[in-house]
Every structure is written in C-alpha cells, then in structure tokens.
Design a protein around this ligand. Structure first.
Ligand SMILES: C[S@@+](CC[C@H](N)C(=O)[O-])C[C@H]1O[C@@H](n2cnc3c(N)ncnc32)[C@H](O)[C@@H]1O
Length: 264
C-alpha cells in the first residue's frame, strides 16, 4: 500500500535516460516513471523481484516510524520504506556515486524528503540517533570486520527491527549446538553446518570487496551474538530481527566505537 503522497514531476524521458546513464552502472533496477535504471541486471529485476518475495512480512504502514538504510546503494529500500509512509528515512552509503543515483531516483519519484548521506557503517555512532527499523541488506560480506559492524549497529542505531541480508555459501543446514564443549572436542568443527565464515583473500564473483561469506548457521549465530533475536527468516538469505539482550552483555560492552563511557 502506498501510504505516502507522491509528488510526481514531469521529467523528460530522454533527458532522464541520459542522467541515469551518466551515473551508471546501476546495481538497483528501479522504475523511474517508466525508465528503468538497470534493465540488463545480471540478477534480473533486482532487487524488485527479491523484494516482492519478502515484502508481505514487513510492516505495511510505517507512519510515524524512522528508518536507517545502511549501504542504501541507489535507494531501492529507502524508497520502498518511504512508500510505506515512514516519517523519516536516512540512507547511508560509503560510495558517493551510489548516493548520487539514490538522490536522482528519489527526486524523480517525488520522495525528496529521503535523506542520503555519505557515511561508513563503522561510523554509525556519529548519527547519534536510534531508528525503529534498520535495514542492513547486502553489506555484511563486503566488510573486513563484519561482527564489529553488527555490534556497532546494535549499540548505536537499532531500537527495534532489523531487516538483514547476507550472501550465504556452504551448508544451508543449522547444526544444533550445546552451550559449551570440552577442549578435546574437535569433531563439530568438521561439520559443514557448524557456523562457518569463509574468508575470501582475493576475489569472489569478480569482486575484491567480498571478504567474508557466512553459511546459514553462521549468519544466524552472528545476528544472535550481536544482540538480535531472529523473528523470521523471510526469504532464503533475509531475516527480520529485533533488538534483544546481547549474550554475555553482563561481562561488559561489545567492541564498540566510539568507546562507551562505562567501558573506559
Ligand atoms: C551489494 S550492495 C547492497 C545494496 C542494497 N543494500 C541492497 O541490498 O540491494 C552493497 C552496498 O553497500 C555499500 N557499502 C559497502 N561497504 C560499506 C561500508 N563500509 N559502509 C557503508 N556502505 C557500504 C556499497 O557501496 C553498496 O552500495
């Protein structure tokens, strides 16, 4: 349901094609009033086709809610959340060219009140605000320090819901684990469904920014370990989570930056 009022602008299609192409290549295929941004995407209509599969699991009406979209790229999810009426949407990305794409898409679709800012996920503490919904889709495996990013998100910006996705490789099964094991136990580490984070030293899928690829068990364990309870696995690699108590929090804060006063 489109609960936000759209203010469509009369943008000449020819001129728009030029503006889109000047900012290419695009990773998000977005329909800008009939002109698609990435019609030849290697994943098809991406992320639109994927979004259709899990969108029914998201709140339909976000009026009065705030949203932070980390690694927003060309703003597909930011725009979709604004369409659901979110009162404030902030999209951040470390890549200025993607942010320029996002600004163009939001402008053409009449959602100029979405804010886009150049900010690294490791700097979310600088925002100084918590959001009702944090979107962290497709970024984790691009990070050299993925668990640090999750810890920072939990510490600084996540108030309630987290929409999360990571590329996953390896076993799709989740090994049932005990709370603790004896030092002599090493059999579990040979199980493919034990939580495993695969390190890519060079490139994967022709992309040197793919650093760590978790299997399913590891994805879910990392989320829980950072203080997110998994409400629902709403698509193969997509999770809807809620901010929860971080395990072992009683022993002190997780590795967070900037350091918390009480950790000094
Ligand atoms: C695979 S795209 C995912 C885009 C979008 N979230 C989605 O799911 O379709 C990864 C995005 O994360 C951004 N990114 C990568 N490293 C980042 C970092 N350290 N901080 C913020 N954004 C980052 C990239 O610039 C890119 O836009």
């Amino acid at each position: 349901m489109d609960v936000a009022a759209r203010r469509l602008r009369p943008v000449e299609a020819d001129d728009l094609r030029e503006r889109i192409d000047a900012l290419g290549p695009w990773f998000h295929n977005i329909n800008l009033n009939g002109v698609w941004t990435a019609p030849d995407h290697f994943l098809g209509d991406y992320p639109g086709a994927k979004f259709k599969r899990f969108a029914p699991h998201l709140p339909d009406d976000l009026r009065g809610k705030t949203v932070l979209d980390i690694g927003c790229n060309a703003g597909f999810y930011s725009i979709e959340m604004k369409r659901r009426g979110a009162s404030r949407v902030l999209g951040i990305d470390s890549d200025e060219r993607y942010l320029a794409q996002a600004r163009l898409a939001a402008e053409v679709l009449g959602y100029e009140d979405i804010e886009f800012a150049k900010l690294d996920v490791y700097d979310v503490g600088a925002i100084g605000e918590k959001f009702d919904l944090v979107i962290f889709m497709g970024v984790l495996y691009h990070l050299r320090h993925p668990l640090l990013a999750l810890d920072l998100i939990r510490e600084h910006v996540a108030r309630d819901l987290l929409l999360f996705q990571s590329m996953q490789r390896g076993s799709k099964f989740v090994l049932e684990l005990e709370g603790d094991y004896d030092f002599s136990e090493d059999g579990i580490f040979f199980e493919s469904s034990f939580p495993k984070l695969h390190f890519v030293e060079r490139e994967y899928s022709h992309d040197w920014t793919n650093w760590w690829v978790p299997n399913r068990a590891c994805t879910e364990a990392m989320l829980r370990s950072a203080g997110f309870s998994i409400e629902n696995r709403i698509e193969e690699e997509v999770y809807l989570c809620r901010a929860a108590e971080r395990p072992y929090a009683k022993f002190g804060p997780a590795a967070v930056y900037p350091a918390r006063e009480d950790a000094r």
